[in-house]
Design a protein around this ligand. Structure first.
Ligand SMILES: [Zn+2]
Length: 544
């Protein structure tokens, strides 16, 4: 246990300079009494650093028992430095900055406390804004350790009631794993576990291919390899609480016979600008064979500049005999599991490397260079350089699309779409899909008959027109917004007096709720705007 402690400290020391700041001030602060953001013991339903589409999850998703309305507490004295209301993304969010340079973030809230609400309401009316992102000075709203300033909810792009909790460096916005302060408060008896291990080799074009995939049934693993040198990848996950949710692996290390770390990461610090490297940590080659699993590469792919995985050379070489490696995985609570991996040469060794047959339909794309291609007639995609993480094969024009690679940069697309009447050009967008699943909706700009758009994903493109504008109607004595897919703004005024009325929009029930309970105008005018800039106005009569 002591050795593990020393290793962990060494590990921190190794990585401290990559991030360019010293987290020691916060670590030494652990003696300070931080208040947990929720009253109950903390149940993780999503953890910090887990792999998501194009990013790492930057905080903890904490269970609120499937309900809204749990009291949310400030973890330490401070002031509200930023407050944000949006019907997408983080939803209702409060940022509290503390004197030690740490900012705590509380997202997807349902409502604020009475005192905070009255301050927010006054400002909303002053600015005539229902959705906003305000930065407040330190003098505006002070907050005490343990003070309840809001209630948990399901606002913004949230798929169920929970609290998203985040810790950031107030100056650099770098993210700290909340485990730094609250590891002892999480309910967790499960150590992370590996389910599969894969061997990949590189062919003569520098393209990796899968040599073998093995089920992990035990912590002692014996594998025979036909290739002399290869890379390893593992699929695995962690559990916490009642074991219902699949969490990411917090810390992972591959260690050689001499105890040297060949590859590893610990998700204790993350940055928003590095988030896209989640695509490089997730093994592209293995994902093609089992896409539903999280595959962690145990090596650094070519264009992986993610600071955490720098300076390792993790190619496994069998030329001077069998290898005995250790893969050690741990969670944020310190629960760990070690796998002992013996890799021997298969009898037919040394024959497969570089000998894999490549289809005539494929060309090799170099990781470093940009490229352009035409996936269909009248469609051109431009991919900037260093968008690919490693060399891949790509079909020549007309042949079938392979498993789509993840891009590190945004690609630009030009697509000829004929006969779109001028009046429908505003409201045009493109669905980027893979296997019928929508990955992205991208707004279109026009150059005559050419639709120009950007995409973060590789997939098929489908031109669409948003026929319907967001509109307000009355349902069961409530104002309800319909066609909200592209909603960007909503305003309500008293039709008789023209007074601007503050409202909140619940994207789950689609209801607009009056924030000043005493005001019940009979006739209102509702203005809606969509992301394309199109507006609608409705005059409604509310019967009560
Ligand atoms: Zn979250």
């Amino acid at each position: 246990m002591q050795l593990l402690g020393i290793l962990f400290e060494l590990y921190l020391a190794t990585f401290a300079h990559f991030a360019g700041y010293h987290p020691s001030q916060f670590l030494s602060d652990r003696t300070k009494k931080y208040c947990a953001p929720l009253n109950s013991s903390l149940e993780l339903i999503g953890n910090c650093g887990e792999l998501r589409s194009n990013h790492f999850h930057t905080g903890w998703d904490l269970s609120t028992g499937g309900k809204e309305g749990a009291s949310v507490f400030a973890i330490e004295d401070g002031y509200i430095s930023r407050i944000r209301i949006s019907s997408s993304g983080y939803g209702k969010t409060v940022y509290v900055t503390h004197s030690n340079g740490l900012t705590s973030v509380y997202a997807h809230l349902s409502r604020f406390s009475k005192t905070l609400d009255s301050v927010v309401l006054a400002e909303m009316k002053l600015n005539k804004q229902n959705e906003f992102d305000w930065y407040w000075p330190s003098s505006k709203y002070k907050i005490k350790n343990g003070e309840c300033f809001a209630y948990s909810g399901n606002s913004g792009s949230s798929t169920g009631p929970h609290l998203h909790f985040e810790l950031r460096d107030a100056f650099t916005e770098l993210v700290f794993n909340p485990a730094m302060l609250f590891a002892d408060k999480i309910q967790d008896v499960f150590a992370p576990e590996l389910s599969q291990i894969a061997l990949t080799c590189t062919d003569k074009n520098g393209v990796r291919f899968l040599e073998g995939i093995y089920k992990v049934r035990d912590t002692q693993i014996v594998i025979e390899s036909a290739s002399d040198y290869f890379f390893l990848s593992v699929s695995g996950e962690d559990k916490a609480g009642k074991g219902k949710y699949h969490l990411g692996i917090y810390s992972l290390r591959m260690i050689d016979e001499k105890g040297k770390v060949m590859y590893g990461f610990t998700q204790d610090r993350l940055s928003f600008s590095n988030g896209r490297f989640a695509n490089a940590v997730n093994d592209y080659v293995c994902s093609q064979h089992a896409s539903s699993l999280n595959w962690y590469s145990l090596f650094q792919v070519l264009n992986n500049d993610w600071p955490h995985s720098k300076h390792f050379n993790a190619e496994v070489d069998l030329r001077s005999g069998e290898r005995n490696l250790m893969i050690k995985i741990a969670d944020e609570k310190g629960l760990s599991r070690s796998y002992h991996l013996t890799i021997k040469k298969a009898k037919e060794s040394g024959k497969t490397t570089g000998k894999k047959k490549v289809s005539q339909q494929l060309i090799c794309l170099n990781a470093g260079s940009g490229f352009s291609f035409s996936p269909a007639e009248n469609c051109w995609v431009q991919v900037p350089s260093k968008s690919l993480y490693e060399n891949i094969y790509w079909p020549v024009e007309g042949s079938k699309m392979p498993y789509p690679p993840a891009f590190h940069k945004t690609a630009s697309v030009k697509m000829l779409v004929k006969d779109v009447p001028f009046g429908r050009k505003l409201g045009s967008y493109v669905l980027v899909k893979y296997k019928g699943k929508v990955l992205e909706k991208s707004k279109v700009l026009w150059k005559e008959d050419t639709a120009v758009f950007e995409t973060k994903h590789c997939g098929s493109f489908e031109y669409k027109y948003a026929e319907k504008l967001p509109v307000a109607t009355i349902k069961k004595a409530f104002i309800v917004l319909e066609n909200i897919e592209f909603l960007s703004q909503y305003q309500v005024v008293d039709a008789r007096t023209n007074e601007w009325l503050p409202v909140s929009f619940d994207s789950n029930t689609k209801r607009l709720l009056f924030l000043e309970k005493e005001k019940h105008p009979k006739k209102v005018r509702v203005y809606c705007k969509d992301v394309f800039g199109r507006e609608s106005i409705q005059e409604l009569e509310i019967s009560r």
